[in-house]
Ligand binder design. Structure first.
Ligand code: 0RQ
Length: 501
């Protein structure tokens, strides 16, 4: 113990999680590390949750603002939501208890493009950042910090917060040192300069965080594992979606519109995204690269097989078994992986320059190609937009994927009009379901509608969608994007009333 903290002066700040949590008062905004179950603080949030519960037992209100990289784990989001200790949550979550509170109106939530968070904090758009609680994997003699298994917004939290609490997690692999690329060249407008990443594996920063030692008020030592749920094995539907995408990519290569090793890949969260990666791992493409935000199981497999030569991300997002595998051989994988701040992993400028191929999941799409990634039946948040908008708008090719039906066939994921829009028709180039793929490039709204219905809708819903489209064409006052406004959301209403669309 203590060996991870090489700076002698900082060792005097070591204390228990309870003591550290006692330094966080009610009403403050706390920037926590953590990105999809990797690199989140493991013990201070839970200790804080206990403190909040105690305050509540004595009739006192105790709530904080919780800002993170993205989703975290039950011991952070779950614990704080359970005691109703979160006033405002941002920018992305996927915790069931949190989701329940948000949808019950008991917790405020701002869903932000992940690349926008840093600049919003710098400019104070979100209020003041009082405390940072950041997991690191070690502290150097000169006080610089070795980042953990996610970078997320940690650079911004350490730079902007008044006070800093560090969790030094000795469970994190020592070989993480050197894997990160923390860029200190970002400036605010009007002084911005280009982000000099030209290739996926360019390193433009340094492997450590800097922090003003005078801001550090506590250091807590932990030895706890990252936490991500396991992926389910690709099912029939995900395999079909993967198959359609692979076929399409081969076609694009044959047409000379994509190089043989494609372009840098971005792959979202979830089982379908992982299935697509599994498909690519068996597919014909070699020497692939990834410029993405999370490195999940499928990408690790591709690095192992040699299909993927380099992956740039902001976090690991690995199932327990993949994590064990990574950590048993991290020295080997180290040379293929770069972890960057999310401001850079999701930077529109870099995504556009590299020509990223973006592949993200969705909740529903409409016949004109607008995509809802976040809201069930228009009003209930699922997770958040995450990085999907950063990538979709700026990608060279942007795919959105979903099974054609949800809830055992009661819901059509292709609808007349989406009940919430995250990605407008302008940012959506290819829609894929197990039924097929709709390439929307170069098509007008009316042309898109026919292809989306024909190629992507489930046969059970196809006739009703075509009927809606045809009647819209006859009766819509405008013929650019024909709709029957009194009917456009009737499918969702029917589901809410009758349990089926
Ligand atoms: O709910 O678990 O209660 O059954 O939505 O659906 O099919 O498991 O799909 O895990 O791929 O998630 C959009 C949520 C898809 C995800 C979304 C219900 C369905 C199920 C999940 P149940 P699946 P996935 C980089 C990119 C935004 C963030 C993003 C997401 C649940 O991909 O969060 O892309 N994306 N980030 O039953 C009602 C429909 C439905 C529906 C599915 N049409 N109506 N419910 N469901 N379709 C990563 C980061 O940013 C960190």
């Amino acid at each position: 113990a203590g060996t991870r903290i090489l700076n002698a002066a900082l060792r005097s700040k070591i204390m228990s999680a309870e003591e550290a949590a006692a330094l966080i008062p009610s009403g403050v905004n706390v920037g926590m590390s953590g990105f999809t179950g990797a690199g989140h603080p493991k013990s201070v949030p839970a200790a804080l949750a206990k403190r909040i519960m105690d305050a509540n037992l004595y009739g006192k209100k105790f709530k904080i603002g919780v800002w993170t990289g993205a989703s975290t784990a039950p011991e952070l989001d779950g614990a704080l939501a359970m005691v109703d200790g979160v006033e405002m949550r941002l920018p992305y979550q996927s915790d069931p208890t949190c989701r329940k509170r948000i949808n019950a109106g008991e917790m405020e939530y701002i869903d932000i493009h992940l690349s926008h968070v840093a600049q919003s904090v710098w400019f104070g758009f979100l209020g003041k950042l009082d405390v940072a609680v950041v997991e690191v994997s070690g502290i150097l003699e000169d006080g610089r910090l070795i980042p953990s298994s996610s970078v997320g917004n940690n650079k911004t939290w350490l730079d902007c917060a008044d006070k800093v609490i560090l969790e030094v997690n000795s469970w994190q692999h020592p070989a993480l040192e050197g894997m990160h690329d923390i860029y200190y060249g970002t400036a605010l407008p009007p002084h911005r300069k280009p982000i000099p990443i030209i290739k996926t594996d360019d390193r433009i920063g340094e492997p450590y965080f800097r922090v003003d030692p005078n801001k550090i008020i506590a250091i807590v030592e932990t030895h706890q594992t990252d936490r991500n749920s396991a992926f389910s094995a690709p099912d029939e539907s995900s395999r079909k979606i993967a198959g359609h995408i692979l076929e399409f990519l081969e076609h694009e290569v044959a047409k000379g519109r994509l190089p043989k090793n494609l372009l840098p890949l971005q792959s979202g969260v979830g089982n379908i995204a992982n299935a697509v990666l599994a498909g690519l791992n068996k597919g014909p493409f070699e020497n692939l690269t990834a410029y993405t935000e999370v490195l999940q199981d499928g990408m690790l497999e591709m690095i192992k097989s040699g299909k993927l030569t380099v992956a740039s991300a902001t976090a690991f997002s690995l199932s327990p078994s993949a994590l064990t595998e990574l950590n048993s051989d991290l020295d080997r994988f180290k040379h293929n992986i770069i972890l960057r701040p999310q401001e850079i992993s999701n930077h529109p400028e870099v995504i556009r320059r590299l020509g990223v191929i973006a592949m993200n999941g969705m909740i529903e799409a409409d016949i004109y190609g607008n995509v809802n990634s976040t809201h069930v039946m228009g009003t209930k948040i699922m997770n958040g937009i995450g990085g999907s908008g950063d990538f979709a708008r700026n990608a060279f090719l942007s795919f959105f994927m979903t099974p054609s039906q949800a809830k055992g066939g009661e819901i059509s994921c292709i609808v007349p009009m989406v009940s919430h829009v995250d990605h407008t028709e302008h940012d959506v180039q290819v829609i894929v379901t197990e039924q097929g793929l709709a390439d929307l490039r170069g098509l007008s709204p009316k042309q898109r509608a026919k292809v989306v219905i024909e190629n992507c809708a489930h046969p059970h819903f196809k006739p009703a969608l075509m009927d809606y489209y045809k009647r819209s064409l006859d009766h819509s006052p405008g013929k650019q994007t024909p709709h029957l406004l009194e009917e456009a959301l009737a499918w969702h209403l029917r589901y809410l009333r009758e349990g089926q669309m």
